[in-house]
Design a protein around this ligand. Structure first.
Ligand code: TRP
Length: 339
């Protein structure tokens, strides 16, 4: 059995592959997870949540292309596949087996309280059937996510603030499993960077594929500039001091700039920087940060077989870990050989 190395913390995170890689993915998951993966006392599991994407998207071409683009994004931004376990969720069938097992333990009431499900019900606005148009996939989303995490006995899960509830549900389900079947699953902790975690999109709401307000990472400079110039701001004139805390441009800047750069822009806000200028500052900063990733991305996406091979190797590493864990789980729940 490949036992867990007690000196190393397991850090695990995934990205749902239902759109093109955007700045929110970069600041919320990709960069912090790659940074954490370089530490000696960490063993990282980074993956493409491709089955999660079906909840948001039923277009097979988009499912496929998004998965490829997000894989290339991780690699272009510096993920070292030798150092981390990098895989597609769909390559690890044990996750889906565990999903069913957890389904049988998780309280339905717990899922009723999930923010995403409640938001979908609220959108139905007192329709005769409040569940109109809501799939079991959306409803069960947190359980698949729990299986992603518990399958690999992850200790730490870096996520955006919006995913906090899912980690709490995962903990709840893991504790319930352990209570019934013995101390098998690790109870994970969420790691949330309040400052850099969630960034607003061009309309001021959280940057998300669902809101159609994302700023893609790997578009041309020209397109990047155009999108930045379109970010919503208030109508304060140049020369009037501006509040950085209420400003999407500043929030995005803060997620990518270092301390000095952020302080510097803060001062300019106090001195009444013009919005056009603030956006220019943001564009320059992003150009500088993204440029190296962009050229790497161009290179990597030329070589599909390299990406495929890397993910296959990652899947093998993942399976080496998930196989003994699922065997342990099956035995504990009484699904085992007669002898
Ligand atoms: N739900 C996460 C998101 O949309 C993606 C995800 C799926 C995930 N499984 C996970 C994140 C497991 C962390 C751990 O952002």
């Amino acid at each position: 059995m490949s036992e867990k190395n007690q000196n190393k913390k397991r850090v695990l995170t995934g990205i749902t592959t239902s759109g093109i890689p955007h700045l929110g993915n970069l600041s919320g998951a990709v960069l912090p997870a790659i940074e954490a993966s370089k530490k000696n006392n960490v063993s990282s599991f980074l993956f493409l949540a491709d089955y999660h994407s079906l909840i948001k998207n039923i277009n097979p071409e988009l499912t496929h292309s998004s998965s490829f683009e997000i894989a290339a994004c991780w690699l272009a931004c510096g993920l070292d596949p030798e150092q981390v376990t990098f895989y597609r969720q769909s390559d690890v069938p044990h996750i889906f087996e565990l999903t069913w097992i957890l389904n049988c333990l998780a309280a339905k009431g717990l899922m009723n309280r999930a923010h995403a499900y409640k938001a979908a019900v609220a959108e139905n606005d007192n329709a005769v059937d409040p569940d109109k148009g809501i799939t079991m996939g959306l409803y069960n989303y947190p359980i698949l996510m729990a299986a992603d995490i518990l399958m690999f006995k992850a200790d730490i899960v870096p996520v955006g603030q919006d995913q906090k509830q899912h980690i709490e549900m995962t903990r709840d389900i893991a504790l319930r499993f352990n209570h019934h079947y013995g101390d098998i699953l690790s109870v994970p902790e969420a790691m949330i960077d309040e400052k850099k975690g969630i960034i607003p999109g061009s309309d001021g709401r959280k940057m998300s594929k669902s809101y159609n307000n994302t700023i893609p990472i790997f578009d041309t400079s020209k397109k990047l500039k155009k999108l930045i110039m379109k970010i919503k701001t208030n109508s304060l004139e140049p020369g009037v001091p501006k509040d950085p805390n209420e400003c999407s441009v500043f929030k995005i800047f803060q997620a990518f700039g270092n301390e000095d750069e952020v302080l510097n822009l803060n001062k300019k806000y106090e001195n009444g920087i013009a919005w056009g200028e603030a956006k220019e500052e943001l564009f320059n900063l992003l150009e500088e940060k993204i440029k190296p990733f962009r050229s790497e991305y161009e290179k990597i996406t030329q070589d599909k077989s390299y990406i495929e091979k890397t993910l296959k190797e990652g899947a093998q590493k993942a399976l080496n870990i998930s196989t003994p864990v699922i065997e342990e789980i099956r035995k504990a729940i009484g699904i085992k050989e007669f002898k």
